[in-house]
Ligand binder design. Structure first.
Ligand code: ADP
Ligand code: ADP
Ligand code: MG
Length: 448
């Protein structure tokens, strides 16, 4: 096993990794910025190292300071969590260069898959369907030519994009050139890389993704799919597993496609293949996230597998501990993302002091959060402060449990997305499971 793991992240995902380490008997090292001195991950880890001021650029994105912290504490591995440096190939390479096991895929795999346009090529080689679009990155002229072939509307997407940024929908030829420039500018500013490519814009598809795990030697297993169509600004708001919108035959086919893709890349560790699914259940690969995902707990709840412990075992060179036929799917799980945002005021961030907390409990309820009474939510980072995960024997029970747990949950002093989730639980489209990626925005535009 690993000897000591440095957790290069903060918030609930840092706690998640520290907990997995503790259960495996592996000491953990937290790192923290000047805004996180009182944070729970600092208290729960065995050791903690201050790595810089609040701004992420100077702390959680500061590769040098993180490697120095690993050296200083004698860590032999680094878990990057999600966000920050998790999909930074240079960071993965720097860890390896410093003799540290990176808990994730190789720098080469991150590099290949991280370019979304290059990943489309790999998918095609693996015989996995992709959304019609450009071969690789496109100039405005190339984009126009291809758009006329496949027909409008089209989507301009940044090759380096993530978190819903660097994306533009284009309805007609006249808007295309400006959209290419705008997406490119946005991506260059956010990700330091402005290349863009084109995809046909699918109307209200479902977003369905498959969790995979590889050993780096060509062996890959999957942990079924997650339904992530409930989105605002192309960012997930809640997720459920399994997807209520695909048939068993589609489940077979989409999981097999994800495994083929990961095998093609000799993929190591955890990853997620994201797909769009049409009304007739045709599916198209859109991108691979080469890290643990925010919504991984719902997969843990329906498979009984601790994915973070699996990640650590694979990084320690122990290989996959489960064969595909040892991973059964049972029950239904839903994750509600609780963000410190005001749904009444266009989801404006609502940082500040959490003056009181009452966490829901009882059967089938799991809360992954780093918030406590008296906690100051810093304004520097992501607004997600808690994940409420519920599990039921079936979808009906999971929905009922979600409703009662959301009603029990009290986070005082800040605005949160809890009222939005309670509203969704009164909406027929959500209750019936028939909703696509366009659903939530349409609902919100109606007000109420
Ligand atoms: P998931 O697919 O796991 O739900 P998200 O796309 O919601 O992931 O992103 C997870 C976290 O990582 C969020 O905090 C988001 O802001 C951040 N993130 C996503 N992509 C990037 C990126 N390319 N660079 C920096 N942060 C990112
Ligand atoms: P990111 O890297 O920001 O996560 P994705 O490529 O995963 O970007 O797309 C994010 C979301 O944008 C998808 O979940 C879906 O809602 C929407 N989307 C992406 N591509 C298309 C497309 N070709 N047609 C329609 N919607 C799309
Ligand atoms: Mg995505």
């Amino acid at each position: 096993m690993l000897k000591k793991v440095l957790v290069a992240n903060r918030g609930e995902i840092a706690l998640r990794v520290i907990r997995a380490c503790r259960e495996l008997g592996v000491p953990s090292v937290a790192v923290y910025s000047g805004a996180d001195e009182e944070a729970l991950h600092v208290r729960l880890a065995d050791e903690a190292v201050h790595i810089g001021p609040p701004k992420a650029q100077k702390s959680y994105l500061n590769i040098e300071a993180i490697l120095e912290a690993a050296k200083e504490t004698g860590a032999d591995a680094v878990h990057p969590g999600y966000g920050f440096l998790a999909e930074n190939a240079g960071f993965a390479a720097a860890c390896s260069g410093a003799g540290l096991a990176f808990v994730g895929p190789s720098a080469e795999a991150i590099e290949k898959m991280g370019d979304k346009s290059a990943a489309r090529r790999i998918a095609r080689e693996a015989g996995v369907p992709i959304v019609p679009g450009t071969e690789g990155n496109a100039s405005p002229a190339e984009a126009l030519e291809r758009a006329e072939e496949i027909g409008f509307p089209v989507m301009v997407k940044a090759a380096a994009g993530g978190g819903g940024r660097g994306i533009r929908v284009v309805e007609s030829a006249g808007e295309l050139e400006e959209a290419v420039r705008a997406a490119s500018r946005e991506a260059a500013a956010a990700f330091g890389e402005g290349s863009v490519y084109l995809e046909k814009f699918l109307v209200d598809p479902r977003h369905v993704e498959v969790q995979v795990m590889g050993d780096g030697e060509g062996n890959v297993v999957h942990f079924y799919e997650r339904e992530c169509s409930m989105q605002r600004r192309r960012q997930k708001i809640l997720e459920e597993a399994p997807s209520p919108g695909i048939s068993p035959a589609t489940r077979e086919a989409i999981t097999a496609a994800a495994v083929r893709l990961a095998e093609e890349a000799s993929y190591a560790n955890a990853g997620t293949a994201e797909f769009l699914v049409d009304q007739d259940e045709s599916f198209y690969f859109i991108e691979m996230n080469t890290r643990i995902q925010v919504e991984h707990p719902i997969t843990e709840e329906i498979t009984g597998v601790d994915l973070v412990k699996e990640q650590l075992k694979v990084a320690a060179g122990e290989g996959l501990s489960l064969k595909q036929d040892e991973i059964p799917l049972s029950g239904h799980a839903i994750e509600f993302r609780i963000n410190a945002e005001d749904p009444e005021n266009n989801f404006f961030p609502s940082p500040g002091e959490v003056t009181g907390v009452e966490v829901p409990g009882g059967p089938g309820v799991r809360v992954d959060t780093a918030v406590f009474a008296g906690y100051q939510i810093p304004p520097f980072y992501d607004s997600m402060v808690s994940k409420l995960v519920v599990r039921g024997a079936d979808r009906h029970e999971a929905l009922a449990r979600g409703g009662r747990a959301l009603e029990e949950y009290r986070l005082e002093g800040i605005k949160t997305t809890i009222p939005l989730h309670l509203r969704l639980l009164r909406e027929e489209a959500f209750l019936s499971g028939r909703y696509g990626t366009g659903y939530l925005e349409k609902l919100l535009s109606k007000g109420g």
